[in-house]
Design a protein around this ligand. Structure first.
Ligand SMILES: Nc1ncnc2c1ncn2[C@@H]1O[C@H](COP(=O)(O)OP(=O)(O)OP(=O)(O)O)[C@@H](O)[C@H]1O
Ligand SMILES: [Mg+2]
Length: 206
């Protein structure tokens, strides 16, 4: 069962946004997708409440119970898991990385945010898990910022996802309704980026 962990130590880097958009895109591709929210803030879970009875299912789990939560999801026919994690929480990130097939690390392309990638780089390199940095909230025309971010990630031994997400109102506007960018405006730029990311991710799935 493909299990994707979304981790980053920095608050507000886009973990929850990425988690719900990817899981929903997976559900649209007929996966029985589930978001496992390990963040005590329970933001993904709140999104699930606003969303109501539509896929993906959203469940909460303390990091220490993560492996069991995923086992029981599997018994309930879930076949695609996205784990959302809290910021500033080494142990939670470590648990998520441990059970994941693929790790995605969203970050804004800014110096302070990139600096915060270091502890995660250590964790994924130690766990030898396939991991990619996903640049998020990239301002239009920010080629230099993107190049700097690529360089910084490379220096930490991290790969860079070729798909980046722009700074787009559809991401935050959709979340407020328990929706995703693709549901709010299927032909919008944010929806297209998630589609591209999904197509890239599908090729990496086990
Ligand atoms: N690409 C984007 N464009 C515009 N707004 C975005 C984008 N990605 C995320 N946001 C907005 O930025 C805010 C933070 O995003 P999000 O909650 O996904 O981050 P997070 O990493 O989960 O935060 P936390 O660490 O607190 O859990 C939210 O209001 C979200 O709607
Ligand atoms: Mg979050």
């Amino acid at each position: 069962m493909p299990t994707i962990a979304i981790v980053s130590q920095k608050g507000g880097s886009g973990k929850t946004t990425l988690a719900v958009n990817i899981a929903t895109r997976a559900a649209q591709s007929r996966f029985e997708a589930c978001v496992v929210d390990t963040d005590p803030q329970a933001t993904a879970a709140a999104w699930g409440d606003w969303r109501g009875d539509f896929l993906p299912v959203v469940v909460t789990s303390p990091p220490a119970r993560l492996a069991r939560t995923i086992e029981s999801a599997k018994k309930n026919k879930v076949d695609f898991v996205v784990i959302d994690t809290p910021p500033h929480a080494d142990a939670a990130a470590r648990e998520a990385i441990k059970v994941a097939d693929i790790v995605l690390i969203p970050t804004k392309p800014r110096a302070f945010d990139l600096h915060a990638l270091e502890p995660i780089a250590d964790l994924v390199n130690f766990a030898k898990k396939p991991a990619w940095v996903v640049l998020n909230s990239v301002p239009a025309g920010a080629t230099l910022l993107t190049d700097d971010a690529k360089k910084a990630a490379k220096e930490m031994g991290l790969k860079m996802c070729p798909v980046t997400l722009g700074d787009r109102a559809d991401f935050h506007r959709s979340s407020a309704n328990g929706e995703t960018a693709g549901e709010l405006d299927p032909s919008g730029k944010a929806a297209k980026e998630i589609d591209k990311l999904w197509k890239w991710l599908k090729k990496k799935l086990p």
